[in-house]
Design a protein around this ligand. Structure first.
Ligand SMILES: Nc1ncnc2c1ncn2[C@@H]1O[C@H](COP(=O)(O)OP(=O)(O)OP(=O)(O)O)[C@@H](O)[C@H]1O
Length: 267
């Protein structure tokens, strides 16, 4: 039966099947209980679509409940995946609107909450693609379906890598991570033409095998044409320098700003 033409009963039955399917397969018995408010009908339907496509094989435990989104572990076609679900009931969508409206990639968005959240999800997907193509370590995005973003799971044995804020680092390791982050910010600016916009020790995970920093949470990242791109860049720099002060970094906001924008010494 064609979608849109089915009766309410059929629809509800289909959603029930979706819940059952996910329930049977889910690994963590608390997942649905903890997160009932995430799984509204529309979101369940999207999960069901992703499950039918084989992209989500199973829904795992909750990794995080953030201000706007929940992140779950999932089983993908070949590897573990991270499933980021923006809550339709998110209360911060006004600020989302500010970031979307200054972005020339999203000029035709209708100004209702749902459309803004779907656009936001796509925006994070596209930003991750651009960052990945610029050679920055980010979760490789796989697909979006309305308010759901599926991406590479950054972690091991079903445990996400720790955030930078939770690492205890030796001085030399801290210095090395700082250098990589500035390099990444430079690549993001000059190659991907993006500014992260919310960069801090909270939105950088650390691969514990080789201490590579991994940038995450790129929904709010903006293109350089955005009227506030430069303000966001300066704020990102301030955040990073504030955190890395403890590693006796010999840089100022001005010197880092120059390094990030410098296009002169590319090989
Ligand atoms: N691809 C991923 N692989 C593993 N863990 C992830 C991934 N993406 C996000 N996480 C985990 O989920 C947490 C929240 O992710 P993210 O910052 O993208 O969501 P958020 O809802 O914007 O969070 P917040 O509101 O706290 O800023 C991260 O700190 C990290 O622990």
């Amino acid at each position: 039966m064609k979608e849109g033409k089915e009766g309410l009963d059929t629809k509800v039955k289909r959603l029930d099947t979706a819940v059952d399917k996910l329930r049977i397969k889910r690994k963590d018995s608390n997942t649905l209980k903890v997160t009932e408010n995430v799984f509204d009908d529309a979101t369940l339907k999207s999960l069901y679509t992703l499950s039918n496509k084989g992209i989500v094989q199973a829904l795992g435990g909750s990794i995080s409940t953030g201000k706007e989104a929940n992140v779950f572990l999932g089983e993908g076609e070949e590897h573990d995946i991270a499933i980021k679900i923006y809550r339709i009931s998110s209360s911060t969508f006004r600020s989302m609107e500010d970031y979307i409206l200054g972005d020339p990639r999203f000029t035709n968005i209708r100004h209702n909450k749902r459309d803004i959240i779907f656009a936001w999800t796509k925006k994070e997907f596209r930003n991750l693609i651009r960052a990945n193509e610029a050679g920055i370590r980010v979760p490789v995005p796989i697909i979006t379906e309305r308010n759901i973003l599926i991406m590479e799971f950054m972690g091991e044995n079903e445990k996400p890598f720790p955030a930078l804020k939770d690492m205890r680092l030796e001085l030399e390791d801290g210095k090395q991570i700082f250098e990589t982050i500035i390099d990444d910010m430079h690549k993001l600016y000059t190659k991907a033409s993006l500014v992260h916009g919310d960069l801090s020790e909270y939105n950088i995970l650390i691969d514990t095998n080789d201490l590579t920093p991994i940038m995450i949470d790129m929904g709010q990242s903006v293109t350089l044409e955005h009227p506030r791109a430069d303000i966001f860049l300066k704020r990102d720099i301030e955040n990073i320098l504030r955190y890395f002060k403890r590693f006796k970094i010999d840089e100022t906001p001005e010197s880092v700003y120059k390094r990030i924008k410098n296009t002169g010494n590319e090989n």
